[in-house]
Design a protein around this ligand. Structure first.
Ligand SMILES: Cc1cc2nc3c(=O)[nH]c(=O)nc-3n(C[C@H](O)[C@H](O)[C@H](O)COP(=O)(O)OP(=O)(O)OC[C@H]3O[C@@H](n4cnc5c(N)ncnc54)[C@H](O)[C@@H]3O)c2cc1C
Length: 500
């Protein structure tokens, strides 16, 4: 049956697409750009620091695009900050010598080749941009601004136009999450990708379909390529605004759902019973802190007491960068902080973050190690464990010597990391490298083929990318995009050859 509005073919109530991408963050956006028929070509310029790479690029580039090249050959021997060879390759082409602090132009140019467009849809719960649309806009990126950019849309040029009159960020600087979120929204518009995006679309289930035999589905040769035979996956979900359900069937499904959908929990009594003042999310915390600070401001105006003296402390649990952001947010508003963490000498990834670029994190690190002795309105409780949070806002903690300490909180922020939500897959489909444990973006990512990003433990036609496979930074996600797009194109042309 032909759907007149979309030009796609429906099976039962399901719409057929060659590719369905689940997740509309940077991963889904980059992949959509390639699947829309935008193709990277090597410019022919030498790589400034890697003669061998230049030689490999020159020997393979016979006028073809990068999607036609052997990615394994091109990425031979590359080393850097990612474990994925194809991520290193893409990074060296897009940001040559970035780790040396140098700023060379990209060695890739993009051409629009409409005949390479793949019929696809990108589904995402919220607006395009993924986790960046949910973050507190004031938080600065860990990466430099230009490392957050998506293909063929230079961040600095965009920034120069869109923040005219506002603060300009230099090459060696981080940028507020607010700018990144806006840049990602603009990307979809500027690159005319909107027609491929279905936002506010919550996927509830991804199911492998039984293989259909050509003879049972179709009678003649021309129908062998029809969707009845090609569909390998079914994707079900609902529209978050209208609650209307939808279904797609597709040949290939790409998991680009990110790694931050489910906050980690302490699993202590009281943690979930009081959501208005016990939270697991930095942007929600910021809003509550604004209210507390506003109330404190009123107190000070009336009776002149020092800001913060009137309110119970903000209890922050966790030793990572989000917990550090929470400490900064509370102190910025003059609110007292009790900072609870398990380690004796916290390190967060601070060791890899140079002090001149990340002074705020180094400051928090210093405060944690100093145990807050030298800092007003800040108390660090190292090696403490939360036992319980009671409804009268008491947090019961256990100190390293086993004593129980009780602290009254105005608000509690539990910021101890997050993990992906892959409950949309059938329970028997555990894609992790160690399939006896759940997927963890750092310790146990989805296992994929190195040069196609096809999920090793899934039936044919499933890919994964981004933090799910351990590519945690936008800079390194681009390699996965290239691998997936290359494989999808190769498989499409192989099938077309078979049909001919
Ligand atoms: C606080 C924080 C700071 C960070 N700072 C940096 C940084 O400075 N530099 C950097 O490069 N990276 C940073 N990252 C890492 C970040 O993961 C990547 O930048 C990037 O967002 C990953 O892109 P993604 O598209 O794979 O995942 P995401 O951005 O997480 O997007 C995935 C999207 O899929 C959606 N989704 C999930 N499940 C479903 C479903 N069932 N149905 C529909 N949609 C679904 C999610 O809602 C989300 O919108 C940071 C992450 C966090 C949390």
């Amino acid at each position: 049956m032909r759907n007149q509005n979309t030009g796609t073919t429906a099976l039962d109530d399901a719409v057929y697409k060659d590719v369905v991408v689940v997740g509309n963050g940077p991963s889904g956006m980059m992949l959509s750009y390639l699947l829309a028929g935008n193709v990277p070509y090597y410019t022919g310029q030498p790589h400034p620091a890697d003669e061998m790479l230049t030689a490999r690029l020159r020997s393979s580039a016979t006028g073809g695009s990068l999607l036609d090249q052997d990615l394994q050959f091109l990425s031979q021997g590359l080393e850097g900050r990612s474990r994925s060879p194809v991520s290193l390759l893409a990074d060296m082409l897009l940001h040559p010598c970035a780790d040396m602090g140098l700023d060379y132009p990209s060695l890739l140019e993009w051409r629009h080749e409409p005949f390479l467009q793949v019929d696809h849809v990108v589904l995402g719960k919220g607006p395009p941009g993924g986790v960046w649309q949910m973050m507190d806009g004031n938080v600065l990126t860990i990466s430099l601004g230009s490392w957050m950019e998506l293909p063929d849309f230079p961040f600095r040029q965009w920034e120069a136009i869109h923040t005219a009159g506002g603060p300009q960020h230099f090459r060696n600087s981080r940028v507020p999450a607010r700018s990144v979120a806006r840049y990602y929204s603009d990307y979809v518009q500027a690159k005319k990708l909107g027609r491929f995006f279905r936002n506010s679309a919550v996927v509830t289930a991804i199911t492998p379909l039984e293989p259909q035999s050509p003879s049972s589905a179709c009678k003649n040769q021309s129908e062998v390529s029809g969707p009845e035979v090609r569909a390998r996956w079914r994707i079900d979900g609902y529209d978050a605004t209208s609650s209307v359900t939808f279904s797609y069937v597709c040949r290939d499904v790409v998991l680009a759902t990110g790694g931050h959908d489910v906050p980690n929990m302490l699993h202590v009594p009281g943690e979930l019973e009081n959501p208005s003042w016990v939270m697991h999310n930095l942007s929600q915390l910021e809003k509550v802190l604004d209210t507390i600070a506003a109330n404190q401001g009123m107190c000070r105006c009336r009776n002149g007491t020092a800001r913060g003296a009137q309110c119970d402390p903000v209890v922050i649990v966790g030793a990572g960068l989000s917990a550090a952001d929470a400490v900064i947010a509370a102190r910025f508003r003059g609110l007292p902080v009790v900072h609870v963490f398990r380690s004796r000498t916290p390190q967060f990834s601070g060791r890899q973050l140079p002090e001149d670029m990340y002074p705020e994190y180094h400051k928090v690190h210093q405060m944690m190690n100093d145990r807050g002795r030298s800092y007003r309105l800040y108390t660090a409780l190292a090696e403490h464990k939360v036992l319980e949070i009671t409804s009268d806002r008491k947090v019961r903690l256990q100190s390293p010597d086993g004593k129980v300490v009780v602290c009254t909180a105005s608000v509690v922020a539990v910021l101890i990391g997050s993990r992906p939500n892959l409950s949309i897959l059938p329970p028997e489909l555990n894609l992790a490298g160690d399939s006896s444990r759940p997927v963890d973006c750092h310790a146990n990512p989805v296992q994929v083929e190195l040069f196609s990003y096809a999920a090793v433990r899934a039936p044919e036609g499933m890919y994964a990318m981004g933090p799910l496979v351990g590519d945690n930074f936008v800079r390194f996600i681009q390699g996965g995009t290239l691998a997936v797009a290359t494989d999808i194109h190769k498989n499409s042309s192989r099938k077309e050859e078979m049909i001919l």
